[in-house]
Design a protein around this ligand. Structure first.
Ligand SMILES: Nc1nc2c([nH]c(=O)n2[C@H]2C[C@H](O)[C@@H](COP(=O)(O)OP(=O)(O)OP(=O)(O)O)O2)c(=O)[nH]1
Ligand SMILES: [Mg+2]
Length: 328
């Protein structure tokens, strides 16, 4: 089960790497039958030696298991997890540069799979949030309210044209007015090959066949299971470690945590700062986007702090935010 307390001293720290080829397929290897979680597929890697950094352990393990030289990697997600017989903490990095052609040097079968083929059932149970993190982009765009629906749709189109891959329709107002707008938004998002989550309304998301729903912190507190099954995405707004732990326990796919910095819209809120953001995210076994006072240009900073990426409205939505293309 996912841990809702930080991993104890008994946890085995493991470095694992996500490697992609030119087509964006991901490398997986099969664990030998006799080993822990044997017979299942994994992201290659292994135990971190005492005193060793994650990067050093990853480079050593991938040299031993695959015969490649890792030249650059970045943190993707950290997953503390308790199996009945063993407690692990998976430190997963995306390998952004490597030399050599991966081979199964320990006789392990090896496959390059499209991200859509990374089914949770093929992997150890701890890997579910890793698969989600592999699939999600680094930028999560949240819409403003739609005072003028035609202008709002034009701004959505502009956001999609700038490369948005994952969006949240955060339009309050009467459900009857929201539905036709959501239908049009979904059509346009689909046509652009992006995903759209509907804020606060699981029945509407289900009725429209939207990609998912984004729960408010209050809805997260009030529900005791995922309101929509997979493959719908369920996201939640979180503000503290307890909310993140609850989201993980309920099997929510990803969270948004903030405010990281001061924002014009919430000038009285006490910003978390990166230090608290990083500490809270490190113990949360699900992908977490940083929100509040950030822009798409903060994506790499956020990732270095353990985030999946950045989320926001003001600096993300519409055509005129000054930074033409949204990073992936
Ligand atoms: N490498 C890897 N390990 C995973 C994944 N998911 C998961 O639960 N694990 C668990 C299984 C093991 O309990 C642990 C990895 O330890 P391991 O025994 O394979 O480590 P190792 O490569 O150093 O192997 P060894 O030398 O001890 O045989 O983490 C994953 O995706 N990749
Ligand atoms: Mg290994």
């Amino acid at each position: 089960m996912p841990l809702d307390t930080p991993p104890s001293k008994g946890a085995v720290s493991v470095a694992a790497g996500v490697l992609r080829d030119r087509q964006g397929r991901v490398l997986v290897t099969r664990r030998a039958d006799h080993r822990h979680q044997g017979g299942l597929w994994e992201f290659p890697g292994g135990k971190i030696e005492p005193g060793e950094s994650v990067e050093a352990a990853l480079a050593r393990e991938l040299a031993e298991e695959l015969g490649i030289r890792v030249q650059a990697s970045r943190p993707l997600i950290r997953v503390p997890y308790r199996y009945p017989d063993k407690q692990v903490c998976l430190e997963v990095h995306e390998v952004t540069q490597f030399e050599g052609e991966p081979q199964g040097l320990e006789g392990q079968p090896l496959r390059w799979l499209p991200t859509a083929a990374l089914e949770a059932g093929l992997f150890p149970a701890a890997n579910r949030p890793i698969i989600t993190a592999v699939r999600l982009p680094g930028v999560y765009v949240i819409s403003p309210d739609a005072d003028d629906p035609q202008r709002w749709l034009a701004a959505l189109e502009a956001t999609l044209a700038r490369g948005a891959r994952l969006l949240q329709m955060r339009v309050r107002g009467a459900p009857g007015e929201r539905r036709p707008l959501a239908e049009q938004a979904l059509d346009r998002t689909r046509a652009a090959g992006a995903k759209l989550l509907i804020n606060g309304d699981p029945p509407l998301a289900a009725a429209l066949g939207a990609d998912g729903v984004h729960l408010t912190a209050r809805q997260l507190a009030e529900c005791d299971s995922r309101p929509l099954p997979t493959p719908h995405l369920v996201a939640a707004s979180c503000h503290d470690p307890a909310e993140l732990a609850r989201a993980a326990r309920l099997g929510i796919d990803f969270a948004v945590l903030g405010p990281v910095a001061a924002t014009a819209s919430h000038p009285d809120a006490d910003p978390l700062g990166w230090e608290r953001f990083a500490a809270w995210t490190a113990d949360a076994p699900l992908p977490v986007y940083a929100l509040g006072g950030l822009s798409p240009a903060d994506r790499d900073t956020a990732r270095a702090q353990g985030a999946q990426g950045v989320a926001g409205i003001r600096a993300f939505w519409g055509p005129d935010t000054g930074d033409a293309h949204l990073p992936r």
